[in-house]
Design a protein around this ligand. Sequence first.
Ligand SMILES: *Cc1c(COP(=O)(O)O)cnc(C)c1O
Length: 383
Amino acid sequence: MNIPYGRQNISQDDIKAVTDVLQSPYLTQGPAVPAFEKALAQRVGAKHALAVNSATSALHIACVTLGLQKGDSLWTTPNTFVASANCGLYCNASVDFVDTTPDTYVLDPKALEDKLSQTPQEKHPRILVVVHMCGQPADMKKIKRICDAHNIRIIEDASHAVGAQDQGEPTGSCKYSDITVFSFHPVKILTTAEGGMALTNDDRLAAQMDRLRSHGITRDPELMTSGDQGGWYYEQIELGWNYRMTELQAALGLSQLDRLDTFLKKRHLILKRYEKLLEEVDVVLPQQREGVYSALHLYPVLFKDSQTRKTVYEKLRAKGIFTQVHYIPVYWQPYYQAMGFKKGYCPVAESVYQRTLSLPMYPDLTEEQQSYVVECIKEILND
Ligand SMILES: *Cc1c(COP(=O)(O)O)cnc(C)c1O
């Protein structure tokens, strides 16, 4: 049987939740979406939650709502999925990258401070997208202090980090950011097949993101130029998109949310087992900052060099174990290379990229499968 690096867990309750929606009057724009939003907002302690059809869409409307436009700059880390940076390009802003820590793979506050001090004021970013890599929150308290001093808005890309905490503060509470974004792609912590959420404590940001996910249309007479003309009447007051989540997706998400703590516990059990099984193996294990409770979306280990990583990847694959590399530095992508980014720009993230491999990490990974993965790695390294 094949062992992937991540996969969803679907229960009978999940299936029933989705089929119930199929038999209900509303497949979209019904009660399931607000119910899912309310439940997740309550869980993480945010005032508003806006469900959308992907985290990529959430990042886009977050950037628009924070006023990102041509002439502005958005900064993020290079070791992330391309969407964390692309959202800046959607707004015709420029994108730049801040290096990460060598052991937790999240944005390094020191690197941010250094880069800001070396960058002329007019090229400072309007927005910083902080990625909670592998499910571990970055040091938001420090990062917010730096950003506040420079008038930079913060989006947390918590695609990996539903259920994470830092010093007891849940990721998504937006205590240290303007907006937090979650992803519900099947490899992430909770799934809605495709889907995402934008959370905020700011009423104005929430109201605008609500409009932007649905064409820029309002039904609020206060915002209309012609006032309310009747029950059928709506006005488009800005340019938005159709980024709505369906009722089927929201029902699945709501049902999944019941098992969030179970999922997290299982991931932490798998972490403990890896730490034990890999004790004598020549790999560097990922570290957790003091006081952090990671959602453990990914479990990346570093091999001694890129050739070893490649050999291990290929030989595991031949045995039906499908690991993955997270991530190719975004600015190594041809699309970003064409903007003039040079290799060597963020040396820490690049060095991690050369050696990293994400081992299987998901709730249904069995003890036997996990032992088999580690046995195979040992065998390959001893070859
Ligand atoms: C998965 C992911 C996204 C995009 O999520 P979608 O829901 O697939 O759009 C964005 N950022 C990070 C860090 C991700 O891992």
